[in-house]
Structures are given as structure tokens and as C-alpha cells.
Ligand binder design. Structure first.
Ligand SMILES: CC(C)(COP(=O)(O)OP(=O)(O)OC[C@H]1O[C@@H](n2cnc3c(N)ncnc32)[C@H](O)[C@@H]1OP(=O)(O)O)[C@@H](O)C(=O)NCCC(=O)NCCS
Length: 177
């Protein structure tokens, strides 16, 4: 069983172990590429102080007035965990800019390779939807590469309604019940 938690420095060691499994592949929904006004190279996140600043930036990014880089919108980050074990990340972007409307969508997520095919992504997506509804959204846009069978099944499992494909991305909407 997994759950969603607010990013927390006490998971530092497990977070590093989990992200190492990606072997440099992009961490969807983790915020490591850029959150706040900074980028967060994985090597630097080994440092406890940097990791503390990173988790603070992830939390602060939900605030409309937080500093952020050009092209980024307010975002709520949650970690997918099993007790104190980091399993993955999910990000809920609060609004769509042109790029997000065409390709990126509201929500991004990833599960560490050793924890895949156990229902964690489907459950995390189900778990983040009430946060979207609480923020006042009536529907959220989900996208995945045409070739990403795992993400496609995760979205369809959560009643995503296919709209169309743009630039090789399948686009789905999940509506508030
Ligand atoms: C996509 C990803 C998040 C799926 O995570 P996961 O925890 O393994 O997914 P789940 O176990 O919750 O599975 C959800 C559904 O997807 C299916 N699925 C998962 N991985 C699959 C795969 N590689 N091929 C086919 N189906 C797959 C499951 O069978 C399940 O479908 P079902 O409920 O109909 O049986 C994970 O593979 C990942 O992190 N990939 C890299 C990052 C990424 O692609 N993120 C999404 C960007 S849009």
C-alpha cells in the first residue's frame, strides 16, 4: 500500500536511493529539473542542506507568489511512499500555459523502477485528484507519449477521457464527479 505525503527531509536517504534507480532518466513530477528559481542537479541533492532547501522549494511552489522560473506555473508536489520508503513523485500544476495545454498537462508522475507494476501510479493519480478539486479545478488534463503504455493505462484506469493526440502525446481529461 502506498500513500501521498508532503515532501519531507526525513526521507533523504530513501529519496536518493529511489532516484538513483532512474539512472539519469528524467524524473517526471519530481521537480528536480527546476523548482522555485533554481535547478537542482541530482549530485547536489546529496548534500543535506541542499536537499532541505529543495524540499522547502517543492512545498513553497504551491504558493501563487513563490519565485519560479519563466514558463513555470504554481504546482503542488507529493511523494509516493510506503511508510518511510520513497516510491515516486507526483506533481499537480495549478494552471495550464500554452505548452502544458498542448503537451504537458496538469499532472506528472514517476515511480522508481523497483516499485513499478504494483498499482502505485494509478493510486497516486487517484489520490492527487481531490487536491485538484479542492483548488477549484473542474477537470484536469493528463498527457502521455503514444508509446508509454504504463502511463496510458494509469490514466485510463482513472477514467481519463481521450480527447486527441498532439505532437505524439495522447491527451486525456479527468473530470470532477
Ligand atoms: C508510467 C509509470 C508511472 C507507471 O507506474 P506504475 O506504478 O508501474 O503503474 P501501476 O502499477 O499503477 O499500473 C497502472 C496501470 O498501468 C499498467 N502498466 C504499468 N506499467 C506498464 C507497462 N510498462 N506496460 C503496460 N502496462 C503497464 C498496469 O498494468 C496498470 O493497468 P491495469 O490497472 O489496467 O492493470 C512508471 O512506469 C514510470 O515511472 N515510468 C517513467 C515515468 C513516466 O513515464 N511517467 C509518466 C509520464 S506521462
Amino acid at each position: 500500500m502506498s500513500s501521498l505525503i508532503v515532501p519531507d527531509v526525513r526521507l533523504h536517504k530513501s529519496w536518493l536511493e529511489g532516484t538513483a534507480e532512474f539512472q539519469g532518466v528524467h524524473l517526471d513530477g519530481a521537480g528536480a529539473e527546476a523548482v522555485g528559481a533554481e535547478q537542482w542537479p541530482l549530485a547536489e541533492l546529496r548534500d543535506p542542506d541542499t536537499f532541505r532547501r529543495f524540499t522547502s522549494a517543492l512545498i513553497a511552489d504551491a504558493l501563487p507568489d513563490a519565485q519560479r522560473m519563466e514558463g513555470y506555473v504554481p504546482c503542488t508536489y507529493r511523494w509516493i511512499v510506503d511508510s518511510d520508503t520513497f516510491l515516486g513523485s507526483i506533481a499537480l500544476r495549478h494552471e495550464l500555459n500554452e505548452y502544458l495545454l498542448q503537451e504537458g498537462g496538469h499532472i506528472g508522475y514517476s515511480v522508481r523502477p523497483s516499485a513499478r507494476r504494483q498499482g502505485h501510479a494509478a493510486s497516486a493519480l487517484r489520490g492527487i485528484l481531490p487536491v485538484a478539486w479542492t483548488l477549484g479545478m473542474d477537470q484536469v488534463l493528463l498527457t502521455c507519449d503514444e508509446s508509454n503504455a504504463g502511463s496510458r493505462a494509469t490514466i485510463e484506469r482513472n477514467d481519463g477521457v481521450y480527447e486527441d493526440s498532439r505532437n505524439g502525446k495522447r491527451r486525456y481529461w479527468i473530470s470532477r464527479a
